[in-house]
Design a protein around this ligand. Sequence first.
Ligand code: GDP
Ligand code: IMO
Ligand code: MG
Length: 437
Amino acid sequence: MSSVVIVGAQWGDEGKGKIVDIYTEFAEMVVRYAGGPNAGHTLVIGDEKIIVRLLPSGILRENTRCVLGQGMVVDVDVLLGEIDELERRGHRGVADRLLLSDRAHLIMPYHIVVDTLRESTAAEGKAIGTTKKGIGPAYEDKVKRLGVHAGMLKDTERLEAKVKMALDGWRATIESLGGEVPSLADVMAPLLAARERIVSMLGNASVAVDEAIKNKTRVLFEGAQGTLLDVDHGTYPFVTSSNPVSGGAAIGSGIGPNRINTVIGITKAYATRVGAGPFPTELDDADGKHLREVGAEFGSVTGRPRRTGWLDVPALRYAARVNGVDGWALTKLDVLTGLPRIRVCVAYDTPDGRTEDFPIDMLDEPGRVTPVYEELEGWTEDLTGAQVLSDLPAAARAYVRFMEERAGVPLYLVSVGPRRRETIVLHNPFFGRADAP
Ligand code: GDP
Ligand code: IMO
Ligand code: MG
C-alpha cells in the first residue's frame, strides 16, 4: 500500500503529530492537505519537543519530502519562522525538503484582524473560540474568489493588485467591527520581504504527489484538525473552515480519490475539545480534571485549557463512516491510568428514542440528547513501557478491545506515551500486520 491518510476522528489534538512521525519512518513523502497554522502537532524526539503548525510532521526525517498542498492556507511569516526555528535547533535542509503548492492560499494580516475582531465582538454564545490565525477569513476569500495564491508572489505587480482588491473587500467589515484597516503598504512589506525564500519552495504539488504515488513512493497524508471540526461534517457552526476529513486529502493535494489506499483514524482514549461548541460527553468533575492534568490538555497553539470528556463511540462510528476509516490509532491510553472506573458513551437517548448513531443534527440545543454510558474497570499500572498488547494490564486490554469492537474498525496502533518508543504497533499500513496479540 503506498498512500495512507491519517485523520483526526474527534475535535483535533488526537496525537496526529506523533502518529505521523511514527509512520514517516516508512514514508518518503508527507503531505499536509488542509488547514493552516491553526494546527499544532507535537513531536517528541529524544529530549526534544517540537510543535509544528504548517510544516508536515515528517519534516525532521532527512529523507522525507514534505508538501504543503493547495487545500491549505499559509501564513508566510509563520512558515518562515518555523523553518528558522528548526534550523536554529540544528535541523539542516528543512526548506530544501519542502514543496509549497503555488495554488495554496495566503493568510494576510487583514484576515487575522477580522478573525480576532469577530471573536472579541461576538454576542454571548456566538464566539467560535477560533485560534485567531485568520483561517476563516482566508478561506472566505478563497471561496469569494478574492484569495491570493502563493504562486502570485512570483509577480509582484499582479500580487499588489490582487491584495488591494481583497483588502478593499474587507474594509467595511473591519470598520464596522471598530478595527483599524491595515494599509496596502503594511500588507505588502512582509510579503515582499519573504518573497524570495517562499518562491524558491513553490511548485506544482498535484504533479509531485501524483508522480510519487505512480512511482510507488510511500506517501502519507497528514490531516489537521479533526472530523468534528470539518466545515461539512463537523458540529457546524462550531467548526474550522476547511475539510480535514480524508476526502479533503484528494482535493487538497490535487490527486484522485482512487489514489488513496488506506485511511487511519486517530482517536484519544477519551475526548477533548478546545474552543466553543457541543461536546456531549464533557466532564466538569474530578475525572475531567484528571484527564486535563494527567493528559496535559492545554492547546499547543493557544495554550488554552482543553475541555475533557469520556470517549464517544457513536462519534467514532460517525468518523469511521465519513472518512472510510480502515484502522484506528488509539492514543493517550496511559492518561486513563489511575481512574477507578472509566465510562464510555455507547449510545444516545434522543426525542426519537435511543440510537447508536451520533446525533449530530440534534446537538445544537443543549439537553436534547443524553449520552448513554457503559462503565469499565480502571487500572493503576504504568503503561508506558508496554511494547505489545499483552504487556498491558487486563483492564486496559479490555478497554481497547471494547473500543475496537464497538467502534467497528480494527485497531492499528495503541499509543501509551508521547515518545516514539511508547507505541504498540499492531499493523503497519505500508507493510501489514506487525503483531498478533
Ligand atoms: P495533534 O494536533 O493531533 O498532533 O495533537 P497535539 O500535539 O496538539 O496534542 C497531543 C498531545 O498529546 C501532545 O502533547 C503529544 O505529545 C501528546 N501525546 C501524543 N500521544 C500520547 C500518548 O499516547 N500519551 C501521552 N501521555 N501523550 C501523548
Ligand atoms: P490540530 O491540527 C484543536 C478549533 C478551534 C475552534 C475551531 C475554529 O492541532 O488538531 P479556526 O482557528 O480553525 O477558525 O478555529 O477549530 N481548532 C482546533 N482545535 N486542534 C486543532 O488543530 C484545531 N484547529 C482549529 O479551537 O474551536
Ligand atoms: Mg494539535
